[in-house]
Write a new protein. Structure first.
Ligand code: AMP
Ligand code: MG
Length: 476
């Protein structure tokens, strides 16, 4: 479809007017296209040649009139680092409408009623991080929001220093957060709370529509998909960094990419967010804090269904999370099903990797090629003994498995490439000089992280020492 033929709808605007602020995007000065995502365009049924037009830049800049568009920002609340903030909302993301079940949002498109003291902008570096990482998550088969395109500009934005503004067009089947429910509940707006729950069920969980006690079922669904998402993050070594309840998707998606990181050498206590001094959102704490966030959601849903029922649902979270984690880890280890002793094998793998300061991604990928010859694996750790001991146990476990089948499964489950922060920084540094070729390259490996890509081999090794375990600031 041509841009001029698009017709947007706005189902969210059927909810109470207190839930959003109708606000038009404020375009950036002198915008230019940095990258367009053909796969997402296909999903939205937008013609590929449209992505190369001036109109597409205007579209991403919020300047193109699309039929049916009624731009708005969403209101929500949220627990930030454990403290309740009664009124947050999209402070710089403006929804422009819905296409083919996907809600389109321009992030960095100016101030809204919820901007507080912010300028409504997003800088180039954080926009590149969101753009590439949402594609990388998709490549890793982990539920995520998407991006249709990214533009840069000459628009000056003040952070620690002067930077330039950018916009990503974010695309998702839902932008509703745990915090959206917390907003209505805390305002005592129970009719609106119910309407929001019905809206989410209709959009994201249609199979529970019309069932007995749909709100308890909704909580159950969100509990299950959240536990699965946590298991996926943990198995790939992803640290989100800001798991406030306003950054928790009701649809179980990875959402709001900020100071995230992939593990370099394996460290349970890794904290990617510089401002997180207590390590609330450390790598190892993610499944725990997700459960705490579910508790906040449960409270918010309590006017709609029995608290006791939801508490019973939440009790099984730990079991479900562990089951998912073992499922994904067994796949990564090439094990068929889970046998007695596998959970210990997995736990001891983590401990061994941490003790030996082994690069997590590199080790798992190297293990995917393993057929008994250990040199390459041993070279990834500081010393050999604990790794040899663990490999002896692994050898015993895989003895009866078909090697070709195991290797194939492992190569499809252990990415050769993850977008570590130092790699993303290369793309950012080049982009800030007007060179988008590194971004283009990273986009390719983001889409197919399990492929070999010999031309990009230099990004597949362990993180150079000087770049390991760096923290990122939230300023974006
Ligand atoms: P985040 O941690 O990026 O999810 O942001 C937390 C809240 O702050 C959200 O409500 C954002 O919309 C808002 N926010 C972040 N940066 C800005 C900005 N530059 N201008 C306005 N609001 C912002
Ligand atoms: Mg957020």
């Amino acid at each position: 479809m041509k841009l001029k033929d698009l017709k947007l709808s706005n189902p969210y605007l059927k909810l109470d007017a207190a839930c959003y602020d109708k606000v038009a995007p404020s375009p950036l000065q002198h915008p230019h296209l940095i990258h367009a995502n053909k796969n997402i365009a296909r999903l939205l049924k937008i013609d590929e040649d449209e992505l190369e037009t001036e109109d597409f830049v205007k579209f991403l800049n919020g300047e193109y009139k699309v039929e049916g568009s009624e731009p708005f920002a969403m209101c929500y609340a949220g627990h930030q680092f454990g403290h309740f903030v009664p009124r947050l909302g999209d402070g710089r993301a403006i929804n422009i409408g819905t296409l083919e079940k996907y809600h389109l949002q321009l992030k960095g498109a100016g101030v809204t009623e919820y901007s507080r003291h912010g300028d409504g902008r997003a800088v180039l570096r954080s926009s590149i991080r969101e753009y590439l990482m949402s594609e990388a998550m998709q490549g890793l088969k982990i539920p995520t929001t998407h991006c249709l395109g990214i533009i840069g500009s000459e628009h000056q934005v003040r952070r620690e220093e002067i930077e330039t503004g950018a916009i990503v067009c974010r695309v998702s089947t839902s932008w509703v957060r745990f915090g959206t429910f917390e907003y209505y509940a805390s305002q005592g707006m129970f009719e609106e709370l119910k309407a929001l729950a019905d809206y989410v069920i209709e959009e994201n969980f249609p199979h529970i529509k019309g069932k007995n006690d749909p709100y308890a079922l909704l909580f159950n669904e969100v509990m299950v998909i959240t536990s699965r998402l946590m298991a996926q993050w943990m198995s790939v070594g992803f640290n989100h960094g800001v798991m406030n309840t306003d950054n928790m998707s009701i649809a179980g998606l990875t959402i709001d990419y900020g100071p995230y990181a992939f593990l370099d050498n394996f460290r349970h206590e890794h904290v990617s967010n510089h401002t997180d001094v207590e390590g609330r959102y450390s790598y190892t704490n993610q499944p725990v804090v997700a459960k705490w966030n579910l508790q906040m959601l449960m409270r918010a849903l309590s006017p709609l269904t029995s608290m006791e029922k939801m508490e019973k649902i939440l009790v099984i979270y730990d079991k479900i999370y562990i089951r998912y984690l073992h499922y994904y880890m067994c796949k990564k280890l090439g094990l068929e099903g889970t046998e007695i002793g596998d959970p210990e094998l997995i736990d001891d793998l983590y401990d061994m990797l941490e003790t030996l300061q082994v690069d997590y991604t590199l080790f798992m990928r190297t293990l995917s090629h393993y057929e008994g010859e250990r040199t390459a694996l041993l070279a990834t750790g500081l010393y050999h003994e604990p790794m040899n001991a663990w490999l002896d146990r692994y050898d015993a476990r895989i003895k009866h498995l078909d090697t070709a089948i195991r290797k194939k499964q492992m190569l499809e489950s252990n990415p050769k490439y993850v977008l570590k922060n130092y790699i993303l920084q290369e793309a950012i540094d080049a982009a800030q000089e007007g060179d988008f070729s590194v971004l283009d390259d990273l986009f390719k490996i983001a889409q197919k992280p399990f492929d070999e890509h010999p031309e990009f081999e230099r990004w597949a090794g362990e993180t150079p020492k000087e770049f390991r375990n760096q923290k990122l600031s939230c300023s974006s």
